[in-house]
Design a protein around this ligand. Sequence first.
Ligand SMILES: Cc1cc2nc3c(=O)[nH]c(=O)nc-3n(C[C@H](O)[C@H](O)[C@H](O)COP(=O)(O)OP(=O)(O)OC[C@H]3O[C@@H](n4cnc5c(N)ncnc54)[C@H](O)[C@@H]3O)c2cc1C
Length: 380
Amino acid sequence: MYEMSPEAIEVQNLIRRVAVERVSQRAAEIDKTGEYPQDMFDLLRELGIFTLPFPEEYGGQNSLLAGCVATEELGRVCYNTGYLLVVQWTPFGAIMAAGTKAQRDKYLPRLASGSLRAAFSITEPQSGSDVAGIKTTARMSNDGWHLSGAKIWCTNALVSDFIVLAAKTGEARGDINFFIVPTGAEGLQIGPKEDKLGARGVPSSPLFLDDVVLPADAILGEPGKGFKQVMSALALSRPIIGARAVGLAQGALDLAINFMRERQAFNQPLTDFQGLRWMLADMEMQIEAARGLVYKAAQMTDAGVRGKELAHSAAIAKAYASDIAMKVATDAVQIFGASGISNDFPINRYFRDAKVVQIIEGSNQIQRNIIAKNLIDGFD
Ligand SMILES: Cc1cc2nc3c(=O)[nH]c(=O)nc-3n(C[C@H](O)[C@H](O)[C@H](O)COP(=O)(O)OP(=O)(O)OC[C@H]3O[C@@H](n4cnc5c(N)ncnc54)[C@H](O)[C@@H]3O)c2cc1C
């Protein structure tokens, strides 16, 4: 079971207050316009919370639990603002995992402070879940690495300084490495942003790489090995994706309770109807269970648990939390009735954003594959 550290409780109190006072008012507009919330990025930078899960040398608390708590509190009022943390943390985690000391020193302090922004790109038109099926190539030549190919769904690329991007360094399926690609590199074209169902405030774009030349030290890890290092690092941060889902579900429940208090039917407030009261109770039970799984996986990471044992708990936390976020948001829309369909009420935003979390960062089918494989093959 998890236990909240005093530091995590401090983060929870701070971010909960900031979320209510400064973030919640912006949430609907960010979703509606789909414009990148620079003001929210500046706010997170001022608060210094980009560093939370990372080592003290980068000003952090070395606590994934604190990172989860911050993400949850922001996601409770604004999915897109919570997303700003996650898109900064993924490239940070990749460089931490596979970067040389020189690469870490060059990029990590500035990513942690928010003076640099980055994106992370694996997905291609023909391969999403099948990450080893990518086709973008990286070939070494006298003047450095030459990258060519096409990517899709690269979130944050349009506002980033660089992209941590996967490309094939050899012919075998697993011969993949990540490269640090400046967004201004010659031959790199960042396409227009997707018009999305959810997660609308942080842009996702296709990328086109036409013989992008990078210096020899742009590669993360040894050729053919860096990919595995980075993918293992992603399992470490997976609880954060679960935390976004828990925050989203909690926010949907908050809204449903308020609506039931105010709305009357048959001369009674909705809070009098047992059928709806039981829906609230179910939502609460599911959220509590998901929060427990997410915090447990985060604390396993903080305690140094690694390998299959961590991957198993992280997959359970991500898949369960995002499945219940979808369920809770769907039930909340039902409680709102027609108002749940109207864009004048915030609840349908939660419903749309919840769907995204079931698909990203390893879809929930892929998480189930991880869980089932461990059950059948064992943990040795
Ligand atoms: C808002 C958003 C932001 C994103 N941001 C990024 C980003 O920044 N960087 C990036 O690289 N990518 C990003 N992605 C892409 C995302 O990672 C992929 O969409 C995801 O991995 C799924 O891949 P796919 O869409 O190609 O689906 P597919 O892999 O084609 O899968 C289609 C369906 O089949 C299921 N499926 C696939 N394989 C299996 C299997 N073996 N067993 C059972 N079911 C299976 C999937 O779960 C899914 O339901 C983003 C996507 C979204 C929606």
